[in-house]
Write a new protein. Structure first.
Length: 336
């Protein structure tokens, strides 16, 4: 970062750049910055926002400014330590750790006849496009909008949902392979590769809609994350997840005192006998949507949670031990 807080192009801080034909995203590893996102303006480059440890989002300027503001900015593919060379009409980006290695990865939905892109964070400042080898080929023809990585089967890894719909209502007239209304996609994470399980996951995945916004939350508090989708020219749909047997879970409902009251920006680490998962309280994701602010963890067959550590934006750390599974746990920030 330079003295004015602008991102600098050195790769040493693990800076990330994603630039497409009409939108772009920058992400960098400044310790007090907990997240970054961009807003796509369709025919112009996107606006970049960063979230600091106080939970607030700060406008960092247009993404083109990101590349040029120091007067010496270069094409992102020339930035040292960054392995990104991808032109696409980006729609929506989510930042989550799909392979559980502790480094956040990025999934971006793109235009029709472009793969949705999964950028794997290798942990050395390099992000690699692994879309094809991760098994995401079925996203090539649909035009992806709202998306979210979440653990729909409570086995402890993040799966992917994408809602689709073209932006041109008569696209089929001149591109017969495409359609305005499209089916949604659901991918199951199997050891860091994804399997398209849409056809096995209910009749709803056979319906064609013009999907746009997508939000995830457990609306009926049964431990299975549900999905709500806003469709263009049609009613919204609420998909209740009937769950997969055998998966335990916990939901954390944080209440800040010194920090902001929702605990935005707090990180929560959940440790069971075979796994450690870290997530951040952040309801910002997807397209024109806001997710359940409670944090959900799928725990697989774990019967108890050895340890939960909450790192609050205020700097306070809170540790809970021997916590029961399958509950919605209220966690209040301590006084000190
Ligand atoms: Ca990762
Ligand atoms: Ca899963
Ligand atoms: Ca899985
Ligand atoms: Ca549910």
């Amino acid at each position: 970062m330079d003295q004015e807080g602008n991102p600098t192009p050195e790769g040493t801080e693990g800076n990330l750049w994603v630039k497409g034909a009409s939108a772009a995203l920058c992400y960098w590893n400044k310790p007090e910055v907990t997240a970054a996102t961009f807003v796509d303006d369709w025919v112009r480059t996107g606006d970049l926002y960063r979230q600091d440890a106080d939970g607030y989002w700060y406008h960092m300027g247009r993404s083109d400014d990101c590349f040029k503001s120091s007067g010496q900015w270069v094409s992102p593919v020339e930035v040292e330590g960054v392995l990104l060379k991808h032109d696409a009409v980006n729609r929506v980006a989510v930042v989550q750790d799909f392979d559980g290695n502790g480094f956040p990865d990025i999934f971006v939905t793109n235009f029709s006849e472009e793969l949705n892109t999964l950028y794997q964070n290798r942990g050395d400042g390099i992000f690699e496009d692994v879309s094809e080898k991760a098994g995401l080929g079925s996203g090539y023809l649909p035009l992806g909008f709202g998306t979210k990585m979440f653990d729909f089967d409570n086995d402890g890894d993040l799966d992917i949902y994408v809602t689709n719909g073209h932006v041109i209502d008569n696209i089929k007239l001149y591109q017969p392979a495409l359609s305005y209304a499209q089916k949604d996609l659901l991918y199951e994470n199997i050891g860091g590769r994804f399997r398209d399980v849409s056809s096995q996951s209910g009749a709803v995945f056979q319906a064609e809609r013009v999907g746009r916004g997508l939000a995830v939350g457990d609306f009926d508090n049964d431990g299975n994350l549900d999905v709500v989708i806003a469709n263009l020219g049609g009613p919204p749909v609420l998909l209740r997840n009937q769950g997969v047997s055998g998966g335990n879970w916990i939901v954390i409902r944080a209440k800040g005192r010194k920090s902001n009251s929702f605990g935005l920006g707090a990180t929560v680490e959940v440790e069971t006998s075979d796994k450690k998962q870290v997530k951040e309280i952040n309801n910002v994701a997807s397209y024109l949507s806001s997710n359940d602010i409670r944090l959900h963890f799928g725990l697989g067959k774990a019967k108890t949670i050895q340890r939960i550590e909450v790192r609050w934006p205020s700097g306070l750390r809170q540790v809970l031990t021997d916590v029961a599974v399958n509950q919605i746990l209220a966690v209040e920030e301590p006084e000190k």
